[in-house]
Structures are given as structure tokens and as C-alpha cells.
Design a binder for this molecule. Sequence first.
Ligand code: URA
Length: 324
Amino acid sequence: MTPAMITAMSVAYDQLLDGTIQHLQELKEHGVRFVSLSPETLAGLNQPPVAARARSQSVSPAPPAPAPRPAARPPASPTPILPKPVEQKPPSPQALALPLPTESTAPAPAPALSPEARAAAFADLRRRALACVRCPNLAAARKNVVFGVGDINAQLMFIGEAPGADEDTQGEPFVGKAGQLLTKIIQTMGLTRDTVYIGNILKCRPDTPGQASGNRKPTPEEMQTCIPYLHEQIDLIRPRVIVALGATAVEGLLGKTIGITKLRGQWRTYRGIPLMPTYHPAYLLRNQSLSEKRRIWEDMLQVMEKLGLPISQKQRDYFLKAAG
Ligand code: URA
């Protein structure tokens, strides 16, 4: 291959790369954070550029090492919208098709916003969420969009599944029976609802057409549609710790569909933020055993330790008698 051909290919490659990056950034601006790729495409992306391959295959003169990509090239944010290089075998097509994010250790993007700018960005986000009609059935059935409540500068965020009937009526998360239990847990930690932030994977109550009462789990499509709002909330709040309440919250944030009994009590990471999966308080309403209460409490003790909150002996010993 002649040097002119290599240069032409290199220019074409750069144009293609620029176009791809621009397209991904546009997707990101519209709330898309993860893209599906076929194994073939992923394998292709992990190859060196064609021009670099051509250079390394040319025999004379000895090729220079491919120049490192300029620092300005990758998307500004570490959001995992581009696939990570695959070192061994490519992931299965099913894994690539998963609509929800996978656990990530990438740090959340630093908003570096002043308190005023953060409040303004939060207000704008709230305005957009309150006007959202992306799930027409939920928008038609809801009384309120349940955006979230608490301190937007909080160090601790609790994330639940979706509003129930009480939350839909009042427009505030976790105000029904399960919510009252969550409030007690927060208070037992020595905190208040005002000093933490409470939100949900879904901002609208999952509709139950034809039923006078009852709740249902959000569908994967509803979760995927709504989750960008929560991602933005987390990006703006930048809590030091996230508590995921129940399996749906873990699934929404980490893409894990493993049972909460297996996951609870073990630290995970949501884009660099320590995340503690624990039981949903509704589970404790159904299962009143002291040993289960102790388990969720042990998870909260871990959270308090991570945050450097003071822990009294009395707090350490709650529900201990029945543990085991
Ligand atoms: N359950 C949730 O997951 N969220 C709420 O806001 C209320 C109940």
C-alpha cells in the first residue's frame, strides 16, 4: 500500500471516528447511556485501525509505531457508551442486547457546578420529568410524577422501585406504609428524610388497568425509558453512598437480575459510587422476623461506617438477639 493510500485511509478513518463520536454524544444528550453491539462489531472495534494495520503490515521502510490517539478524541464523559476492549472472548449476544446498564467502576462525571448552578440544573431536570409523557400509559394513569425528595447536596441516596398509590397521590416517594418504615430506618441511622435524598427507578406509578388497587413491577422498557432521569439526578447530587432498596432498584442501577437475598449486604459500585443493595422495606412489612430486620440493619451499619457516621453501642446491637 502506498503512503498516499495510507494517508487517505487514515483521513477516512478519522472522519468516520469523528462522526461516530458525534452520533454517540447526540445519543447521550438524549439520555442514552448504553448501546447494543453485535459481537462482530465489537470484535471489529477492538482491532487496530485499518490504516494502522496497513502501516504495520507494510515492509519498507520500517513503520513507526501508530501514534497514540489525541487526548481530545474520546467523548468528554467517562459514561460507558463505548464498549470496553475485550481481552479474551467477546460477550454473548444476550449480554450485548441487555437493555439496562451493567455495573461500572467508572467515576461519575464531575459536574463541578456551583450550588446555584446545581439547583438550577436540578430544577430544570424536575421540570422535564414532570412534563414527561414517554410512557403514554403511565402518563395517562398518573396523578403525579414522583420526582424525588430530600437534599440535593445529600451524601446518601436511597433508591426504590416505583411510586405506589400513596406516592402517586401525594407526589412524594416512600410516604405509604413501606415509606414509613424507610423513614424509621433513616431516623434510626440518626438521619432525617431532609438530609438524605430519596428517589425511585420509575417516576410514575406503574399502571394496573382494570384493577381498582394493587401494584406491579415496572417493565424493562419502562425502566429503560425512565432511568435517564435518575442517572441525571445521581450525577447532579453525587452522593457518597447509594442504597438500592430491593431487586428492581439493583436491576435498574446495575443491570443485575440476581435475587436480592444474594446481593444484599455486599458493596457494589454504580459509576464509582459505593452502592449497598438491601431489602426493600415492603419486604420487611411482609416478613417481620427480627433476623431479617437485623440483616437490613447490618447493611445500614455498613453504610454508616462508609459515611463515617457515629455509631452508638445501642445502634450496633439493634435486633441482635434474633440474628442468626
Ligand atoms: N415503593 C417504592 O419502591 N417506592 C416508593 O416510592 C414507594 C414504595
